[in-house]
Design a protein around this ligand. Structure first.
Ligand code: PHE
Length: 450
């Protein structure tokens, strides 16, 4: 099918888009709360080790396969396969990936909708519209549906504009705003009373937890989710990279940025919790652990902001603005996965495809919202805990075992002719071949039967 493919115009554009995909609610919300409930800096340490030794090699597998094929995951895994059977299995994994990406987007859009609602509620507070502000922060089916739809419309708008006009343009605009906003918030929160106590909890490791299977599984899940692995997102972004680009280098930049922002978010969220404690807000559960997940973001932090008067409204507005941006740059990358597949495999026009796929995912989101108690948590567990590591495993197998090593090297040489002499080529092939698959499976087995 002769469809002209999009391409990122520059290295900066790619790094912003891929780190925009990586940096999302997983970093700013997931990582700090996981760290808080898993031994603080002990979690941070395990996370850093896993991110560099497992997630980075898995990210490289996706980027290299994608760039080689200049196609979506389904065609790409077929292309690197030596025969039809293995090709078909790869294609099935690619299809599973696009289903998982769509399902992740269907719950992500709900949470992102809440972020936008909380952001608007702060504006309503500033304007003195109390009733509206209260409605915006109250959990109701109508509010949830409305903001999920608004969020999906934003996504459809960006993705229908294509790779350069949509993904690259918006990521390059929003990522610097995200970084600046996050840095400003960190600096501000660290000046408040109680912040140092939070910093202590974050940075003092509880080494007694470091080998606990729960900590390791959580850190692996976080690293995979955070780097957007296992669903073909990084593969499709890799497929839009120019041939001259040095892949290990740009993949490294994305990994470092992603980790950096997660770590930075820890400097915001944990100190903020202890500032809240200092102001009389309850931050511990009955069992004595720190409150985490949705209660933290939608109850503890807003209660903290409420004790700070007008400054609190501004801080709240900034915080939920940050969360909304992080959510948009990640979710466009999820939507791109099924959209790219439909365009390339079935030759359908981008705008039409984006609207059709976006509406289908919005319909799935609506089903989740209407059966919230039974579906919301189940979809998150199914996609992030089981599917992502398993599909990440499949991508590693295709890069490490299925694809011919000389062809793989040829692909890497395009952007870095001397790569075979460097450290990357000495270590990485063994990593994707043996280390990554074995460790992913071991951790996975432990999470099911352990
Ligand atoms: N990496 C994103 C985050 O941290 C989530 C994501 C998962 C994005 C899978 C794309 C694909 O929030």
């Amino acid at each position: 099918m002769a469809v002209t493919r999009g391409e990122f115009s520059s290295r900066f554009g790619f790094v912003m888009a891929a780190s925009g995909s990586a940096v999302g609610l997983g970093n700013i919300w997931g990582f700090p709360t996981q760290a808080a409930s898993n031994g603080g800096a002990a979690f941070l340490l395990v996370y850093l080790i896993l991110a560099f030794t497992l997630a980075y090699p898995a990210l490289m597998a996706e980027l290299i396969i994608g760039r080689h094929a200049h196609a979506n995951a389904v065609s790409a895994l077929r292309l690197v396969s030596p025969n039809r059977l293995i090709g078909n299995i790869g294609a099935l994994a690619g299809i599973a990936g696009l289903i998982v990406a769509s399902l992740i987007l269907s719950f992500y859009a709900i949470v992102a909708g809440w972020m936008i609602a909380f952001f608007l509620s702060s504006i309503a507070d500033l304007l003195g519209m109390e009733k509206l502000s209260l409605w915006l922060v109250s959990f109701s089916t109508w509010r949830n549906l409305l903001f999920m739809l608004i969020f999906m419309t934003l996504n459809i708008g960006v993705i229908s504009a294509g790779v350069q006009g949509g993904i690259e343009r918006w990521s390059a605009r929003l990522m610097p705003v995200l970084l600046t906003t996050l840095a400003l918030l960190v600096v501000y929160v660290l000046t408040l009373d109680g912040a140092m106590e939070g910093l202590r909890v974050y940075l003092l490791p509880d080494f007694s937890q470091i080998l606990s299977p729960r900590l390791i599984i959580n850190a692996l899940g976080s690293a995979f989710f955070s780097l957007s692995l296992g669903v073909g997102t990084m593969l499709i972004y890799g497929s839009y990279i120019k041939d001259e680009e040095n892949l290990p280098l740009v993949g490294g930049m994305v990994t470092v940025l992603d980790i950096l922002i997660a770590v930075l978010a820890g400097f915001l969220v944990l100190p903020a919790m202890y500032v809240a404690l200092h102001s009389g807000v309850e931050i511990f559960t009955e069992s004595g652990s720190l409150i985490s997940e949705d209660t933290l973001i939608f109850t503890v932090l807003p209660e903290l902001f409420a004790t700070m008067g007008i400054t609190g409204i501004i801080v709240s507005l900034t915080f939920f603005f940050l969360m909304s941006i992080a959510a948009v740059t990640s979710s466009i990358s999820m939507l791109e996965v099924p959209v790219a597949y439909a365009i390339e495999e079935h030759g359908i026009d981008r705008k039409l495809t984006t609207v059709a796929v976006g509406c289908t995912i919005a319909a799935i989101s609506a089903c989740i919202l209407l059966n919230f108690d039974s579906l919301f948590g189940a979809v998150i567990t199914l996609t992030t805990r089981y599917s992502q590591p398993l599909l990440g495993f499949v991508f590693c197998i295709y890069a490490g075992w299925v694809w011919r090593r000389d062809l793989l090297l040829q692909e890497l040489r395009k952007g870095n002719p001397d790569i075979s002499e460097g450290l990357f080529w000495k270590i990485w092939p063994w990593y994707v071949k043996l280390v990554c698959p074995v460790i992913i499976l071991a951790i996975f087995a432990q999470s099911i039967w352990g």
